[in-house]
Design a protein around this ligand. Structure first.
Ligand code: SAM
Length: 285
């Protein structure tokens, strides 16, 4: 498809994640040609359109987000059924990637309404490409749970998965989350923290989880937005009893027997039952 000619149906428009210059030519065409513009926040969308000289004219610019979906969704669906060309943009990056858009896209698909997209920036993908970590297989797991117990349980489920892991995290929780990752995945696992991507103070720190956790604990919460990228676990090999015990002891210092066993079993690739029995014995020592 060439640049112009937005088709009837819903088009998901990716927008910059910091640097306004990262909007694509097709995204600008879609914003110019749409009959209805739906967006996460109308002020953010207006600012982007102003920067790029896209006039709204008399066209409706409507807010659509998780909190108003019950009212906004039926109205947008009605316009889509009439054959309108509707675009949806979130505040930054790719819609639906830790952002609104899912229910709208799903309803459109369910009703056979054409769904298209103008692809573009996504913090997860940019962080992966800058991380220096394997990119052949990766998992995007969105935002981590905010409470440490839930976070560790969540991480334990991912610990043995043989893929690079990408997470969004708030700068306020970064140090605590990195410390939990160092506990659950082991402190030597390689990782990267990508901050303020495409912006003036863009920075990528690459180190072991243990070192990153210590550095951010010492420096305090960084400014701006961050993505954490964690290397996959090393391929499983025979594990020495002493290594299992050391990992269990470290985990038991902060976790219940069950969580410690689950985390260590996942990290070292050993049966959970064996890890649990050994954790019980170590606890009772
Ligand atoms: N839809 C967006 C995307 O495609 O990346 C993500 C939106 S989500 C609400 C916001 C989170 O994305 C931030 O908390 C941060 O983890 C990440 N993020 C967004 N922009 C970023 C940037 N410029 N640098 C680093 N992380 C960013």
């Amino acid at each position: 498809m060439t640049r112009s000619q937005l088709r009837p149906g819903l088009t998901l428009v990716a927008t910059p994640i910091g640097n306004a210059g990262d909007i694509t030519l097709r995204a600008l065409d879609a914003l110019r040609e749409a009959e209805v513009l739906a967006c996460e926040d109308t002020r953010v969308a207006r600012r982007l359109m102003d920067i790029h000289g896209v006039a709204l004219g008399g066209r409706p610019l409507v807010a659509y987000h998780d909190h108003n979906a019950a009212q906004a969704l039926p109205k947008l669906m009605a316009r889509l059924r009439e054959g309108a060309r509707v675009v949806f943009l979130s505040d930054a990056g790719t819609p639906m990637i830790a952002d609104p858009g899912y229910r709208l896209a799903r309803e459109a698909v369910a009703e056979g309404i054409p769904l298209s997209a103008t692809p573009g920036p996504c913090a997860a993908i940019m962080a992966l490409t800058l991380s220096g970590l394997p990119s052949d297989r990766f998992t995007f797991a969105g935002f981590l749970p905010t409470k440490s117990t839930a976070r560790r349980g969540f991480l334990a489920e991912m610990a043995a998965f043989p893929a690079t892991l990408i997470l969004y995290e708030s700068p306020r929780r970064l140090a605590a989350s990195l410390a939990d990752m160092a506990t659950v995945f082991g402190p030597d696992r390689e990782a990267a923290v990508a901050r303020e991507l495409t912006k003036m103070f863009e920075e990528v720190r690459r180190d072991s989880l243990g070192a990153l956790a210590e550095a951010y604990a010492a420096d305090g919460a960084p400014k701006g937005e961050v993505v954490v990228v964690v290397a996959p676990p090393p391929p499983p090999g025979p594990v020495a009893d002493a290594d299992i015990d050391a990992a269990l002891r470290a985990a038991l210092a902060t976790m219940t027997v069950k969580d410690a066993a689950r985390a260590v079993a996942a990290t070292l690739g050993i049966p959970r039952k064996a890890a649990y029995e050994r954790a019980l014995a170590l606890r009772d020592d």
